[in-house]
Write a protein that binds this ligand. Structure first.
Ligand code: GLU
Length: 345
């Protein structure tokens, strides 16, 4: 992530209120795709056996604007299991159903600074769960989904995530079976949380719903639509359907900023300046509030579990499209309103 980019930071990349025109967005997307298409750093995840079979050359990306404009490139329509990129959307559904105060109280929103499946993070922190973007907090969040049975919770969850995507999402049965057969660590985390009174449903069933949620098939295009829904006050910009109430979006994005890229979340925000979430199958979503979202898919990951090409492409686009939420232009460089003294640099 630290290699230099084919351009310097410049005032052209200052964040503005809107995305550039669709034509410009398409141009930059195709350029970025061309820059990183043949990068071959990183390795495909193999701790879930079914994921190890992914083709490392796959690479697709999509940008969906909050106004509904769409630009896709490469393998943007290739399906893959959503994995951890499901976490912000399930968190959003639980905020919507229970209120964000409940989630703050029952799960927490601070970064753990530790790997996504850390047991130490549970042991070292008095509150046990810290953040809905890492496995302990995510399984606790899934356990809070409304419903008396696992099946009811599942229906609620899949309906909600499908509203974000604007189409009915389906489970990849092979990935679900593969992870179910090997997810002893997540089962352990759920039981440990249950022991601490920080899980809100049967631990085995909560782990099962969580594993199914991670196995839902999406494309880079779907991730961009889902992200753009969070960028658009909870309204899916393609279907016009309301996925969640507007007031929750800013909190979901705030939590993403703390922990969306595992223990590299600080570096990500420092370089890219918008919240994002990655997952071990190689998917990523990056969200520019009020503007839109980028969805990417490329299976090779860095050592923290973030898609290598995905991060590079989003960094390139964040600069070119002026997405960085922290960027500002010195007032002295803008035309002063009539009658105001110009502040000189
Ligand atoms: N289902 C995966 C797990 O819980 C998701 C991990 C990820 O994408 O970070 O291990």
């Amino acid at each position: 992530m630290h290699e230099s980019l084919p351009f310097e930071d410049s005032l052209a990349s200052i964040s503005t209120g809107d995305l550039p025109s669709l034509l410009e967005v398409e141009q930059h997307l195709h350029e970025a795709y061309g820059h990183y298409r043949y990068d071959d750093d990183g390795a495909v995840a193999d701790y879930i056996p079914a994921l190890a079979q992914a083709d490392p050359s796959l690479f697709g990306a999509s940008i969906v604007g909050a106004a509904g404009n769409v630009a896709d490139v490469g393998d943007a329509a290739h399906p893959f299991s959503i994995q951890s990129v499901s976490k912000p959307f399930v968190f959003a559904l639980v905020c919507d159903a229970l209120g964000h105060e409940q989630v703050l109280d029952k799960v927490g929103v601070n970064g753990t600074g530790l790997p996504f499946n850390s047991v130490m993070a549970i042991e070292l922190n008095q509150d046990r769960t810290m953040n809905p973007m890492v496995n302990a907090g995510a399984i606790a969040t899934t356990s809070l989904i409304p419903g008396r049975s696992g099946e009811e919770k599942w229906e609620f969850l899949v309906d909600g995530l499908s509203r974000f995507a604007g189409r009915r999402l389906e489970v990849d049965d092979a990935v679900y079976a593969s992870e179910t057969a090997t997810n002893l660590r997540n089962q352990g985390i759920a039981h440990l949380l249950d022991g601490y009174g920080r899980l809100y449903f049967d631990p085995d069933e909560a782990t099962d719903v969580y594993t199914r949620q991670c196995s839902l098939l999406v494309t880079a295009h779907d991730l961009a639509v889902m992200g753009a829904t969070l960028a658009d006050g909870g309204i899916n910009p393609i279907t016009g359907e309301q996925a969640i109430e507007p007031r929750h979006c800013k909190r979901v994005l705030a939590v993403l900023a703390t922990a969306g890229l595992y223990e590299r979340s600080g570096e990500w925000l420092y370089e890219i300046g918008i919240p994002g979430k990655s997952g071990v199958s190689g998917g990523m979503v990056a969200i520019a509030p009020g503007k839109g979202a980028i969805g990417t898919f490329s299976p090779p990951l860095d050592d923290a579990g973030n898609s290598v090409r995905g991060q590079r492409l989003v960094k390139y686009l964040s600069e070119r499209l002026g997405l960085n939420m922290f960027a500002s232009k010195p007032i002295g460089l803008a035309s002063p309103p009539a009658g105001t003294a110009r502040r000189l640099a």
